[in-house]
Ligand binder design. Structure first.
Ligand SMILES: [Zn+2]
Ligand SMILES: [Zn+2]
Length: 176
């Protein structure tokens, strides 16, 4: 949804496929929600992106993970790397602040891919019912700054892995 390279989308899909051992379809770009840009903040409303995703959520209960290159905000936060509703159908990740260029550094596709994997696993974890994890190395630990993202692994800890495994099992049993 706006300013995301195909390689970034493919990397996110590959990460989810491999980590969750689940079927992941890559969709063409959805476009961007109208009216999401806040000219005073120079940022885009995460709420509007989530709304657009929710309107496109598959009826069979599958999760939809949206990626955008736009810098997202919600009124109470300066920025956010992503957002998802707990056990909801949608997850959203912004790659804007995952890019080294955002901080005046040269582009680095490996660094971007690594950060992307962590945040995609994080928001998708919320969509499958996982809450924040106290293990700072776990993808489900809370990241409010880039240092937190860089400090964690692109993987769930053993406990979160068990929980998401159970969630996926329930999901599969329902014939989805
Ligand atoms: Zn979170
Ligand atoms: Zn964990």
């Amino acid at each position: 949804m706006g300013d995301v390279e195909q390689e970034v989308v493919d990397e996110a899909a590959r990460c989810l496929r491999e980590t969750l051992n689940a079927a992941v379809d890559v969709w063409p770009a959805l476009g961007e929600p109208a009216g999401a840009f806040d000219s005073e903040r120079g940022q885009y409303s995460a709420t509007e992106y989530l709304r657009l995703l929710a309107g496109n959520a598959p009826p069979n209960g599958s999760k939809i993970v949206g990626l955008t290159g736009r810098d997202l905000f919600i009124p109470m936060l300066t920025f956010l790397f992503g957002q998802a509703q707990l056990r909801g159908p949608v997850a959203l990740v912004s790659v804007a602040r995952l890019r080294p260029e955002f901080y005046g550094l040269p582009p680095d596709s490996e660094v971007l891919a690594s950060r992307l994997r962590k945040e995609v696993l994080h928001e998708t974890g919320h969509a499958f019912g996982l809450i924040h994890c106290s293990d700072p190395g776990c993808a489900m630990s809370l990241s409010t700054a880039l240092q937190h993202v860089d400090a964690k692994e692109a993987a769930y800890c053993a406990s979160c892995r068990r929980m998401i495994g159970r969630a996926l099992e329930g999901f599969r049993k329902e014939g989805r």
